[in-house]
Design a binder for this molecule. Structure first.
Ligand SMILES: *Cc1c(COP(=O)(O)O)cnc(C)c1O
Length: 230
């Protein structure tokens, strides 16, 4: 076993333990290996160990690595979303986690229509009100989801959040539960159908994925705990 596959196995065991503690099925939690700045050969080790979901935070990096790994990989875009770079993502990314503006929706819809694909997205929510970070304040999320209903090639699959770095994972817990509660509220206040399929919570990283799972995460985005500090 390499260091990477060893760490991957450890992360997977911790995910299973957290799911068990929370009384959840481990099958409802997807591990996305965040591979930003990680060379394709190292991603291949994780692929060979059975993982298929990779997360990138730069659109060109996702575009460039996409052909270097087998076709059954599922690519997640988790970074700040510039409208002029969306062209690298539509048709390549299985899920775009970081949508937070009508201009992004418009460009995703335009490209998805032209390329004849459906684009699955999450809306990023900025729960701590951090200025330097992306994401909408919770009160603005419903309006963006309503605008997405006008985009026939877009499916809103859920919500994502990226909490402030904190020394203790327990400090993230209130934000994770707030994201879950926000999705519950939205599910009650708008029609749930093929286009607005609010089902997935993307939350939790290397430092706090267990707490996120306990609070209901469906997707955890784990980089350094698998690939090392880089
Ligand atoms: C880098 C990154 C991660 C993974 O962070 P680690 O602490 O290395 O696990 C998760 N989500 C986003 C949005 C990131 O940019």
């Amino acid at each position: 076993m390499t260091d990477i596959t060893h760490r991957l196995a450890e992360v997977q065991a911790r995910i299973e333990a957290a799911a068990r503690r929370a009384g959840r099925e481990v099958g409802e939690i997807e591990l996305v290996a965040v591979s930003k700045l990680v060379p394709a050969e190292q991603m291949r080790m994780v692929y060979d160990a059975g993982l298929r979901h990779f997360g990138e935070n730069r659109a060109q990096e996702l575009r460039d690595k996409h052909p270097l790994l087998p076709q059954d990989c599922r690519w997640h875009f988790i970074g700040g979303l510039q409208v002029n770079k969306i062209k690298y993502l539509v048709g390549r990314a299985a899920l775009i986690h970081s949508v937070d503006s009508p201009a992004q929706l418009k460009e995703i819809e335009r490209l998805a229509a032209r390329r004849e694909v459906k684009a699955d997205i999450l809306v990023q929510v900025n729960l701590a009100g951090e200025r330097q970070k992306g994401g909408l304040p919770p009160g603005a999320v419903a309006d963006l989801i309503r605008s997405a209903r006008d985009c026939p090639h877009i499916r809103v699959c859920g919500l994502m959040t990226l909490p402030p770095r904190v020394p203790c994972p327990e400090q993230s817990r209130p934000l994770f539960s707030a994201l879950r509660e926000l999705m519950d509220e939205l599910r009650h206040s708008m029609p749930i159908d093929e286009r607005t399929d609010l089902r997935l919570l993307s939350m939790g990283m290397s430092g706090d994925f267990e707490v996120a799972i306990e609070e209901g995460a469906h997707i955890v985005r784990v980089g350094s705990a698998i690939f090392g500090q880089g």
